[in-house]
Design a protein around this ligand. Structure first.
Ligand code: EPZ
Length: 419
């Protein structure tokens, strides 16, 4: 397992280009199972989650090539049973259930495990499939689903924490080949859902309302291949903007979609960060007094839970009390104890973390626990004086393309060593 070694306490300088969105490309890869014709997807980030999803699609019988940020997926002849061990290991793979059910009228996928940030139930996914007329049996860790014909329906998909992103994606992908019309109420509104809908429309699906809480899908009988360019990763972009603010750097961020980032940019403005927009480019000018802010994570277009850990790292540097409340996942504070090793002063009170910022951070050995927590540790390590060693960076490689290379190009003293 690799480690990252960071010599922190120095500002960065330069331009960073944002890669394609992990959380858009994973469901889009699953959606390519809906057609027997080839699909070409460009702007794909080189991430271990993408490579893993390609492995899952191959285990189903699809041909998958991935090079130069381009995926070619040809699901000519596929089977309905996913490899238990593969699927169990990556939550995002649950979204192969919808396309398999839609195209083959049966699917057998393993129950995705929970993970360090929460239980990650799939009850809403199953509710949606049953509403479309699938018979579901859960046995030996598998979800087995079958149907003579999926039938369109109206379904409320909201859960205890609001909409479900992958649940919405799964249901959309099952409904596009169902008989009749499906209306999803309380659908997720994330840009990644809009991107999936655009891909499905490229296959010939009839979808309206993507990006709003009500999505309407008129089922069709067959879908064809398509070419699609993935949207930029708003979470990666937010991570670099926060990193620039935390290290008082002058950094230009290109290739992002600032219109997908209003909540994060608004919070950064509120705490006094100097960030301007030039067309679709974000220009961060470091320095200047920052002040504490309070954040509550919400479904889109509210403040994204996937940026909570990174923003907390920034809060540890701002003198005063900041409060960050996590409303989406029940235990997404694994980064708190590791930030504490770097000198942060954070107390957890139920769903909130109270950050007493401005105590100063000093480098130390820390351990990544999940994808966004590891990004928070990189930000804190870059801002801290001295040397920080981050272990288990495979978590980072799941969702950030070449992060250490991109940061080195900005002048950061960061390098990767094998453990
Ligand atoms: C997606 O996960 C993202 N992953 C997550 O990003 C992101 O944090 C999350 O959406 C919320 O925005 C991908 O897109 C691959 P949810 P997803 O279903 O769809 C509850 C990252 O760091 N829920 O929207 O699995 C659930 O427990 C990852 O890139 C149910 O109760 O999340 C949570 O509290 C982490 N029943 C809330 O809904 C269900 O059937 C939102 O979860 C499904 C979800």
């Amino acid at each position: 397992m690799d480690n990252l070694i960071i010599e922190g306490g120095r500002p960065l300088e330069g331009t960073v280009k944002i890669s394609g969105a992990k959380n858009a490309v994973l469901p889009i890869m699953a959606a390519a199972l809906l057609t027997e014709e080839p699909c070409r997807i460009t702007g794909v980030p080189d991430l271990s989650d993408v490579v893993f999803m390609a492995k899952i699609l191959r285990s189903l019988g699809a041909e998958v090539q991935f090079e130069d940020s381009t995926l070619t997926i040809h699901a000519k002849n596929i089977k309905c049973v996913g490899n238990y061990d593969l699927i169990r290991k990556m939550r995002g793979s649950i979204c192969i259930m919808g396309p398999l059910l839609g195209r083959l009228r049966e699917a057998r996928v393993s129950m995705p495990g929970g993970c360090i940030i929460g239980a990650r139930p799939v009850d809403l996914h199953l509710k949606g499939m049953r509403a479309l007329g699938a018979k579901l049996v859960i046995d030996e860790g598998y979800i087995s689903a079958e149907t003579d014909q999926l039938k369109g329906c109206r379904i409320f998909l909201g859960g205890r924490a609001g909409p479900t992103v992958l649940g919405t994606a799964n249901l959309m992908m099952a409904a596009v080949l169902a008989e009749g019309t499906t209306v999803i109420e309380s659908a997720a509104c994330e840009p990644e859902i809009v991107d999936l809908a655009d891909f499905l429309k490229g296959l010939g699906a009839e979808i309206t309302g993507a990006g709003s809480p009500t999505i309407t899908i008129n089922g069709v009988t067959k879908l064809h291949g398509t070419d699609h360019q993935v949207i930029p990763d708003r979470i990666e972009a937010a991570t670099y903007v926060i990193c620039a603010a935390a290290t008082e750097s002058n950094v230009r961020i290109i290739g992002a979609r600032p219109d997908h980032m209003h909540a994060v940019l608004d919070k950064l403005q509120e705490c006094g960060a100097n960030i301007t927009q030039e067309g679709t480019e974000l220009v961060c000018n470091g320095g200047g007094e920052l002040n504490p802010v309070d954040i509550t994570t919400m479904p889109y277009s509210g403040f994204p839970t996937d940026v909570q850990a990174q923003f907390m790292a920034l809060m540890t540097l701002i003198p005063g009390i900041s409060i960050i409340t996590e409303r989406i996942f029940e235990s997404r504070f694994m980064h708190v104890s590791e930030l504490g090793r770097l000198g942060a002063n954070i107390a957890i009170e139920g769903p909130s973390a109270i950050v007493k910022g401005g105590t100063g951070l000093r480098g130390a050995p820390v351990m990544a626990s999940d994808l966004r927590a590891s990004a928070a540790l990189v930000i804190a390590g870059l801002a801290a004086g001295g040397s920080t060693r981050i272990s288990r960076v495979y978590h980072l490689d799941r969702g950030y393309e070449k992060m250490d290379q991109k940061l080195r190009a900005l002048g950061a003293k960061i390098h990767r060593v094998a453990e």
